[in-house]
Design a binder for this molecule. Structure first.
Ligand code: ADP
Ligand code: MG
Length: 440
């Protein structure tokens, strides 16, 4: 009814929505508790109805001065309300001075592309961010350089800052920890140093491999971890190698890692590389043709930072010279900075591919593009589709249009050829020959 709406709901603010959980902010701890108890189910039902899917609802205390999303003028609130205990079962300890963590605003969950290579790490990070201290603890993420470890650590930080604005978060690298520890020892400030890190709610330590092998730092690190762990605080580590390979790390620490979740990130597979490039292009507003995206995704494997670097360099070059982003430009940039001259992939045109295939099979273009179902024609057609995709970097849909087929038929054909290579001698030799004709 109207009076309840006026007293409780009018002053509430939306904080976040990740597709599953709606977080709302209420101006006082009491309001949090009251609304959760009295109206929690109603709010959940109404929101689920409006969003056409079941959602969870959390109501958190959102002190106006720490407004995370809305830039409205702060409301008046008494000190008593502000410092009162928070309802809705969120841990909200006494504030201790700690600088806000410095996080890259682009490193959010939203901007993180999920694929098989990073699915577990992303899910673990998300779970920890949703329920700090109550999910996996510690969470240990490892993987090679440029695969998204730091991105995920920052994403956890952003998410918790938004949903639990009063939790104290520390993000630092193993190197920073080591430096600060040594500095504190030298300047006899070890107590302050300990106080600083042993009072955080969320401890995000990146690149912990730096600590391995440093005798005293390692010991201090272990004690800090233990203190936090015993208090049920959330701890997240990232490293370029798995715990078992952190030889110089304390054995006690390594066994503790194994009590939580250890998640690796592998180099992204082709489809994920495409999605990462598309996302990045969208974020930066770079108009890049699909074919060029494919080309980069084929040419650069293994490191997302390099992948994105290539895209940004191409975009910069295009914008400086006032040229559109083309395959040719992409190859110029690749050859100049990223790959050996010899390794810059040649991208044949559609026509070159069709011609080469026809020649090899002794067929005409009409044969291949037509509806004949002779074994040889079928094979030539599938190989042509495969080469248009892999070598000419053409989108599935566009290839489909050439042959009057739909996108999944083309995908199927490409996959068949791909799996036959190395297994079927005839196909292997045909592809090898055609690749030579098309230039490598
Ligand atoms: P690491 O810490 O593992 O060396 P970073 O987290 O610094 O790697 O990632 C390198 C770059 O790649 C960053 O710009 C990051 O945003 C980007 N990146 C990595 N993985 C992804 C992903 N899955 N989706 C979007 N961007 C990613
Ligand atoms: Mg990193």
């Amino acid at each position: 009814n109207k009076p309840s709406f006026e007293s409780w709901f009018k002053s509430m603010k939306p904080v976040s929505f990740d597709g599953e959980r709606v977080v709302l902010g209420a101006p006082s701890p009491f309001a949090c508790e009251w609304v959760t108890k009295r109206y929690g189910n109603l709010v959940r039902e109404v929101l689920s109805q409006h969003l056409s899917k079941p959602v969870e609802v959390s109501i958190i205390h959102l002190p106006p001065e720490k407004h995370p999303v809305l830039a409205e003028p702060p409301m008046e609130e008494s000190a008593e309300q502000r410092d009162g205990p928070v309802a809705a079962a969120l841990p909200e300890p006494e504030p201790v001075p700690l600088e806000k963590p410095v996080l890259n605003p682009k490193y959010t969950f939203e901007n993180f592309v999920v694929g098989n290579s990073n699915r577990l790490a992303q899910a673990g990070a998300m779970s920890v961010a949703r329920a700090p201290g109550q999910s996996y603890n510690p969470l240990f993420i490892y993987g090679g350089a440029g695969l998204g470890k730091t991105h995920l650590m920052h994403a956890i930080g952003h998410y918790i800052l938004q949903t639990h604005p009063r939790l104290r978060i520390a993000y630092l690298s193993g190197e920073t920890f080591a430096q600060q520890y040594v500095g504190a020892l030298r300047e006899h400030r070890i107590d302050a140093f300990r106080q600083k890190y042993r009072n955080v709610d969320v401890w995000l330590v990146d690149d912990i491999q730096f600590i391995a092998g440093k005798e005293h730092t390692k010991e201090e690190f272990f004690h800090t971890f233990n203190a936090l762990y015993q208090l049920g605080r959330q701890v997240v580590f990232a490293s370029d190698r798995p715990p078992r390979e952190l030889h110089a790390m304390d054995e006690r620490l390594r066994s503790r890692f194994e009590a939580g979740l250890i998640a690796d990130i592998a180099p992204p597979e082709f489809e994920t590389r495409v999605a990462i490039l598309q996302k990045r292009a969208q974020i930066e507003g770079i108009p890049v043709p699909e074919q060029v995206v494919y080309h980069i995704a084929y040419a650069v494997e293994g490191n997302v930072r390099t992948l994105e670097g290539v895209l940004i360099s191409i975009a910069a070059r295009a914008s400086v010279h006032g040229k559109p982003i083309t395959l040719q430009l992409a190859n110029e940039v690749l050859a100049r900075h990223y790959v050996d001259d010899k390794e810059v992939p040649v991208v044949p045109t559609e026509q070159a591919v069709l011609q080469a295939v026809c020649q090899r099979f002794g067929l005409t273009t009409q044969d291949i593009l037509g509806a004949q179902r002779r074994r040889e024609v079928l094979m030539a057609r599938q190989i042509a589709m495969y080469l248009l995709r892999e070598r000419a970097r053409m989108p599935l849909q566009q290839i489909g249009q050439i042959f009057g087929k739909n996108h999944s038929t083309v995908l199927h054909a490409c996959n068949r050829v791909k799996t036959s290579i190395h297994k079927d001698k005839e196909i292997t030799s045909i592809i090898t020959d055609l690749n030579t004709v098309l230039g490598n």
